[in-house]
Design a protein around this ligand. Structure first.
Ligand SMILES: [Zn+2]
Length: 359
């Protein structure tokens, strides 16, 4: 029943081994070098703050990710429109990289295909196929459809870094069909990502693809190996932001519906376990230090950001000690309204930038 997964593991092992070994060596040797990625991740609506590229440049931030969840065509329309073109042009002039960090699976496998072929979609705990989230990674037809769709969006949303981010559905469950049931969500996601990467590379030979350690895919995959070019992205959304990530007494207060560590330092352990599989060099931390939307529980009106430069600096030091060279943070809701109600966030951005670039 599990022959597909076993075969996949064998074929992935060969290419993954070299990538991971080389990556571990580079990162481990150079923990004091400047960070390669110093980023913020925004929604297009945050560009109501018109001078985001200039603000980022002044703070030493070199990468802006645009974030989107489902209905990717709307993001494509924004990028192709006047406001999107202006944003991309300013980033180019200022030497700021642009990427697209997307909860994409709902679009990569169109939900309307359920009527035609339910086997493309995941099975729930009751044994019913459902089109609610993600897919069945043991459906070859689903993998091909997903990969080709991703390649299509890759052409419409080309990152300047060749780093692609086609994440699973936000908080979405994975498949419990007889072929998938012994694979954890992280393993199932990685099966899909390995397939997507191959399709991306047919169009962009330098393509790499994120595997996000977050929610159901937080824990390290146990059975599937990453193909060379799939990199780790660690997003510890439920950690305690009043304490550093190294704190072993900082209990996780919320009760997420997925397996998660009990303390902040437990998240760091999860990161390390993932890095053992994915390697150090390309690992990216995606934090929430500047994410006004998170601290507002994703509801407007936005609260004032509970910014703590000391915790941010301590966290960055901990990540750097592990060899991480790519660090970014959501900064969603840091927009024109934020300035109006809470004042100019530029001093915070400058402190964040200084934490990424310690002198
Ligand atoms: Zn399945």
């Amino acid at each position: 029943m599990r022959s597909d997964a076993t075969l996949s593991r064998r074929s992935f092992l060969k290419s993954a081994a070299g990538f991971a070994t080389a990556a571990a060596g580079v990162g481990a040797d150079d923990k004091t070098a400047p960070l390669q990625t110093r980023g913020v991740v925004l929604m297009p609506s945050d560009l109501s703050l018109k001078d985001w590229p200039e603000r980022a440049k002044a703070a030493g931030i070199n990468t802006i990710g645009l974030h989107w969840t489902r209905k990717l065509n709307a993001l494509c329309d924004f990028v192709a429109g006047d406001d999107g073109a202006h944003f991309l042009a300013r980033c180019k002039e200022l030497g700021i990289a642009v990427e697209y960090e997307l909860h994409a699976m709902g679009d990569l496998l169109p939900r309307e295909l359920f009527q035609k072929d339910p086997a493309l979609f995941r099975m729930d705990d009751k044994g019913q196929r459902t089109a609610d989230t993600n897919c069945c990674p043991h459906s070859p037809a689903a993998l091909d459809l997903i990969a080709e769709k991703a390649a299509g969006y890759a052409r419409r949303l080309p990152p300047t870094t060749h780093r692609y981010f086609f994440w699973p559905d936000d908080g979405g469950q994975w498949c419990r069909c007889p072929k998938c049931t012994d694979l954890a969500a992280s393993d199932q996601a990685l099966l899909v990502e390995n397939h997507i990467l191959r399709a991306l590379r047919r169009h962009d030979a330098r393509a790499t693809l994120s595997h996000i350690s977050y929610a159901h895919t937080l824990l390290a995959p146990q059975q599937v190996k990453p193909e060379s070019g799939v990199f780790l992205e660690f997003a510890p959304i439920d950690r305690d932001y009043t304490k550093p990530i190294t704190d072993r007494d900082a209990k996780i207060q919320s009760r997420p519906r997925y397996a998660h560590p009990e303390t902040n330092a437990g998240y760091l352990d999860v990161l390390e376990a993932n890095m053992k599989l994915f390697g150090v060099e390309h690992t990216q931390v995606l934090e929430y230090w500047l994410d006004v939307s998170r601290f507002s529980r994703w509801k407007r009106p936005a609260v004032k950001l509970p910014w703590n430069a000391g915790i941010c600096r301590a966290d960055i030091a901990a990540y750097r000690a592990l060899g991480v060279r790519h660090i970014t943070t959501f900064a969603v809701y840091m927009d024109a309204d934020y300035v109006k109600f809470h004042g100019d966030p530029q001093p915070v951005l400058l402190e964040y930038g200084a934490a990424l670039n310690p002198s």
